[in-house]
Design a protein around this ligand. Structure first.
Ligand SMILES: Nc1nc2c(c(=O)[nH]1)N[C@H]1C(S)=C(S)[C@@H](COP(=O)(O)OP(=O)(O)OC[C@H]3O[C@@H](n4cnc5c(=O)[nH]c(N)nc54)[C@H](O)[C@@H]3O)O[C@H]1N2
Ligand SMILES: Nc1nc2c(c(=O)[nH]1)N[C@H]1C(S)=C(S)[C@@H](COP(=O)(O)OP(=O)(O)OC[C@H]3O[C@@H](n4cnc5c(=O)[nH]c(N)nc54)[C@H](O)[C@@H]3O)O[C@H]1N2
Ligand code: SF4
Ligand SMILES: [Mo]
Length: 911
């Protein structure tokens, strides 16, 4: 049962009865299993059992009686990365739950976790390597994939890399990643470095970078927060829907109910979200106008005298001079050693930003802004703002990110009990690096940009660091990623042409705003000179354009890896394991029993196999790099253990995870405080390491700590941003105002009437189609979206009404009934939505939960590939509409983020 499929391609083809020639053949090939083309994998697997002499296994009985074994792994269905346990019996995954050893969420899990099993047994999974036979690429070009062996696939990849080396153009290679595990440096960083290309592009900028900008440029943390909801008295969920999406959903959705007993919740949202439906206050903000509400709340907190004296300071005589419209003399205020710049903030930005002013901008009633600010301020320091992507993944979102997050500073909840916390340290080990394995040819590729910096844009294929893409991650010009702009980089061949693309665990042809451009960019990689390899579980829209599709192990059930969770004041280190094998440490067992199909792990096994093939061609550096990964218990390198390449690759994978997590399990190696294990075996079985608890206020200078900012304090005036933006301006021999203008912000250093660029402030939103279209478009995540990966599961489709206002089985756009009446649209009508960049079709839903003048739509539907459940007709017709066809490719350029929210208007018409 559940054997790896080691048939040769020729045997496989014979079983398939020849090659598929129609576009559905792609799907059929992907799904072909051990027993041939007729049945789906589950069905064929069960049929095989029925023919055997052994008693037939009954999953139903096994489930009822829990006869199997609970084995630990990790769910990466979303960025919560929850530690999980899987009930496995006879090589079958039957059921999932949270990991009972987790001190964060225990056995609790979110509803999405269950969909993982449907992903594992998805009948449309890619089960073996495939090669494109149609030389032409395009949405209407059937790739006409044929099955090939791993051997053939890896040879073709190695040939292509050797060709780039021979032509001294290794910089024309590129790796993209979406989701990942912390074995990612191997494929994402070290592999490109050894090949010799700067081009590794992550999905982070279509994810949530702007959300890290505010925290970084106020308190020096480029990271997500955790929220001490057990000890807080007031939560403002700001464009975040924590019981539904965002992070640590398993934990928060189980802790939320208890919290509601004694904590007030306010939600700032343009639509009635799941969290808003249970909240004490719902502040219905006009999309994009969040900054106005944030600065007005800061204004109220100061005028009402509700700031935290211990964190912010006090007037020398104790009299509150934060009076509407009046400047404060800085000499009269003694700022605490914990913060800087509050008086500048008041004088330059806040003094006139009254709730009445904010009501005009945002539509949120002034008395509600005032009430929420007062209640929040009074609850401080046990009061927190939970900032999601909504208010910040916007054209001028970086500044809103600062303004919203600064509220946590004003009430002194930053790092404090009942406030916003970060992760305690975990001390995981760095993986062995690539530096010693970069030869001259590779170095030339890595130096390409430096040597051509006058002729090309930016530092990598996404043009990060170009004048119009400062992307100031962690203070550096070009320090972050501009994921979506890589499509333009490829199309413009700037900073270089791309001839080799390896994409893994992402679907950029679907998930990027204005994804039409990715379809163009991927179609451009056509012809013998080009090779696009993708490593996937499903025949996605991206795979449709690939030359080689490599079948990926499913992260939760079939591979080694590691992620981490951060909540309940702790951090945990969570293991992914090949749980279907009885002995995951044994590479033979993993290859034989640990996988459903002939699949391999992207970040480890595939790299090893390519390395081995390159060594056969005389380029040995990559294999030498891999062979550094000796098992820390036995000292054996992969090749000491096995001759067979696939077994060596699996040993490499196991060694990598043991090295990475060694501080967690090896009593001889220190960790910074948390669970102690006696050895690998004990840690592996537990599947998780829990850190000690976060120490409140340990970063406050008054407690002997330091924030990682220029001043070491929480900066209401960001000297850290002044330094970073100044650095980017110097790079282009210009001033900050020129950069801000180029990047479409309104702040200016030298203009008294403009907002100040180094203070958290309000900027009017930049909205595409503002004057020519009728409705603000509100995009949001579906409760059952596993990022972009659950669309081919039946439960995802059947339980579409898990989101307020949505319907099962159809993709709806939610319209206010008054707007619908004006348009002559009824519930259930088919409609066309048109934006300045594209149009989609879906079904109308009349709903009071959206404001007049706005329409809301969950992201996730609109697949025309991916599988037969996701698409209406695979390869031909989309099911519903992809929101990204409507959202323009635009950026919050200070953070590199693609914008999704408060950025576009659309028209809706009956079809
Ligand atoms: N269910 C589910 N959960 C997920 C994921 C998933 O796919 N599904 N993905 C995970 C990933 S990868 C990430 S990065 C995180 C992201 O987590 P979040 O950033 O919290 O993501 P969303 O749920 O999309 O939150 C955006 C919210 O902003 C609201 N919004 C839209 N426009 C505006 C606006 O102008 N102002 C304000 N204030 N709000 C606005 C939307 O209605 C929505 O509720 O979620 C993770 N969790
Ligand atoms: N309009 C709109 N667009 C969005 C969002 C939104 O809310 N609204 N959310 C954005 C966010 S926050 C994110 S993070 C991105 C995510 O977008 P991407 O980073 O592009 O990732 P997904 O679409 O989740 O990845 C899907 C691919 O992963 C493959 N896959 C699934 N499971 C596995 C596995 O276990 N291993 C491997 N190797 N492959 C696997 C599938 O074959 C599929 O091709 O989307 C962004 N796009
Ligand atoms: S919250 Fe996300 S990572 Fe956690 S169980 Fe749910 S889908 Fe998986
Ligand atoms: Mo994300």
């Amino acid at each position: 049962m559940s054997k790896a499929n080691n048939d040769t391609a020729a045997e496989q083809r014979e079983k398939d009865g020849g090659l598929p020639t129609d576009r559905r053949g792609f799907l059929k090939l992907g799904a072909v299993g051990v027993a041939g083309a007729a049945a789906t994998p589950q069905l064929s697997a069960l049929a095989e059992a029925a023919e055997a002499d052994e008693p037939v296994f009954s999953p139903r009985d096994a489930l009822a009686e829990e006869t199997g074994e609970w084995r630990a792994s990790t769910c990466a269905g979303c960025t919560s990365w929850c530690a999980s346990e899987i009930l496995v019996d006879d090589g079958r995954a039957l059921k999932v739950r949270g990991n009972s050893n987790s001190q964060i969420h225990g056995v609790a899990n979110c509803p999405r976790k269950h969909l993982g099993i449907q992903q594992l047994y998805d009948p449309d999974r890619v089960t073996q390597p495939m090669r494109r036979t149609n030389p032409n690429k395009g949405p209407d070009e059937d790739p006409e994939f044929e099955v090939i062996t791993w051997e053939e696939a890896i040879e073709e990849i190695a040939d292509h890399i050797m060709m780039l080396r021979e032509n001294q153009e290794t910089h024309k290679a590129m790796v993209t990643r979406g989701r990942y595990t912390y074995l990612r440096p191997i494929l994402y960083s070290h592999f490109p470095a050894i090949v010799g290309t700067p081009n590794n592009i992550s999905h982070s900028a279509i994810c949530a970078e702007a959300e890290k900008f505010g925290p970084y440029y106020t308190e020096g943390e480029w990271a997500y927060r955790q929220y001490d909801i057990e000890n807080t008295d007031y939560v403002i969920a700001w464009g975040a829907d924590p019981i539904n999406s965002n992070r640590q959903v398993s934990y928060y959705s189980s802790a939320w109910g208890d919290m509601l007993d004694d904590t007030d919740v306010a939600v700032v949202e343009p639509r009635l979200s799941a969290t808003a439906a249970m909240a004490d206050e719902f502040l219905p903000v006009e999309p994009g106008e969040d900054g106005a509400v944030a600065v007005a709340m800061a204004h109220v907190i100061l005028t009402e005298g509700l700031w935290c004296r211990e964190f912010v300071g006090e007037f020398d005589d104790g009299e509150n001079r934060f009076v509407e419209g009046e400047e404060v003399d800085p000499d009269t205020f003694e700022e605490s050693e914990n913060s800087t710049g509050v008086v500048d903030w008041w004088n330059e930005e806040l003094k006139d930003k009254t709730p009445e002013w904010a009501e005009e901008q945002s539509g949120v009633p002034a008395d509600q802004i005032e009430r929420v600010a007062v209640d929040f301020g009074e609850a401080g320091p046990n009061a927190l703002v939970w900032m999601g992507g909504g208010p910040v993944m916007q054209v001028r979102g970086s500044y809103t990110s600062m303004a919203v997050h600064a509220l946590n500073g004003l009430v002194g909840s930053a790092g404090n009990e009942g406030g916003t916390l970060y992760s305690p340290p975990d001390g995981t080990a760095s993986l062995p690096g690539a530096d010693d394995f970069i030869d001259d040819v590779a170095q030339q590729g890595l130096d390409y940009i430096d040597e051509h910096s006058d002729e090309v844009s930016g530092d990598k294929i996404d043009q990060r660091g170009a004048k119009d893409q400062p992307v100031l991650k962690e203070g550096k010009s070009g320090g972050g990623v501009v994921t979506n702009n890589a499509a333009d980089g490829i199309l413009e061949e700037d900073p270089m042409e791309i001839k080799f693309l390896l994409s893994y665990w992402n679907n950029f042809a679907f998930s990027n705003p204005e994804n039409q451009r990715w379809i163009e960019a991927l179609s451009k990689l056509e012809g013998d000179e080009y090779l696009h390899v993708t490593v996937e579980t499903n025949p996605s829209e991206t795979a449709w354009f690939a030359d080689i599709v490599l079948p990926a192990t499913h992260h939760q059930f079939e591979r080694w890896g590691q992620l981490r969770s951060t909540a309940a004041r702790r951090r945990s280190i969570n293991l992914h394991q090949p749980v279907l094998a009885d002995d995951p440490d044994d590479p033979e067992d993993v290859l034989e029993n640990g996988r459903l199909w002939n699949v391999k792990s992207d970040e480890t096994e595939i790299v090893y196999m390519i390395a081995d093939e390159l060594a056969d061609r005389g380029f040995t550096e990559m294999l030498d790099y891999c062979e550094q990964y000796a098992d820390p218990e036995t000292g054996q390198a992969p090749s000491d253990e096995y001759d067979d390449r696939e077994l060596r690759a699996q040993a490499f994978s196991r060694n990598a995870i043991k090295l990475r997590t060694q501080p967690m399990w090896d009593p001889e190696v220190d960790h910074p405080g948390g669970d102690d294990y006696d050895g690998w075996e004990e840690f592996r079985e537990a599947g998780i390491w829990n850190s000690d608890e976060w120490e409140y206020r340990h970063r406050w200078p008054s407690e002997g700590g330091e924030f990682a900012t220029e001043t070491g304090t929480f900066e209401f005036y960001s000297e850290t941003l002044e330094e970073a933006l100044g650095g980017h301006a110097d790079r282009y021999d210009t001033d900050v105002d020129d950069i801000l203008e180029t990047c479409n912000y309104l702040a200016r250093e030298d203009d008294e009437d403009a907002p100040h660029p180094f203070l958290p402030h309000y900027e009017e939103p930049y909205i595409h189609g503002e004057d020519d279209y009728d409705f603000e478009f509100v995009d949001h995540k579906a409760r059952l979206n596993r990022e972009g990966r659950s669309a081919n599961t039946e439960w995802y489709q059947e339980f579409g009404d898990a989101d307020p206002g949505d319907e099962p089985g159809v993709d709806v756009v939610k319209l206010h009934p008054d707007d619908a009446a004006d348009l002559g649209i009824d519930d259930g009508d088919e409609v066309v939505i048109e934006s300045p960049v594209g149009e989609i079709e879906c079904t109308a839903k009349l709903w009071q939960g959206v404001q007049p003048g706005t329409v809301a739509k969950t992201f996730g539907q609109g697949h025309w590939a991916y599988g037969r459940t996701a698409a209406e007709v695979f390869g031909e017709e989309a099911k519903g509409g992809n929101n990204n066809l409507l959202i323009p490719a635009d950026y919050d350029r200070l953070s590199g983020s693609s914008v999704f929210y408060g950025c576009v208007k659309v028209n809706v018409e009956p079809k």
